[in-house]
Write a protein that binds this ligand. Sequence first.
Ligand code: FES
Length: 121
Amino acid sequence: MKFSQEPELPGKTGTASVSAVNWTYVLDEALLLEGCTAPVYPLGVNVLLARVGGAVFAVSGKCAHMACPLSMGRLEGYTVVCPCHDWRFDVRTGRFLDAPELGLTVYPTKLEAGKLFVNLG
Ligand code: FES
């Protein structure tokens, strides 16, 4: 099983952009099925989880256009489609497919002991 961010190794140090102290539990892994999304709210932040090809991705749960909830949209491969005006975003990169300079915040994910974590940075 793949995740968008490999777990931190014990004792790992350095200048990695992912802080080891900012991992927040969001969901039991078994509850996120392949090809599905789930809204989660680590520390009150609206995040959308998506599982595609066995990997788990996490992006902002609010559309970059007018903040509609992407959890109400649909997932087509790696693309989440906003329910309001059909803007499409790649869950791997957060990029808006029709204008890649726009996009969603992407959060690293990891799996530990059957539990999914998101790093808000
Ligand atoms: S609010 Fe998402 S496309 Fe308009």
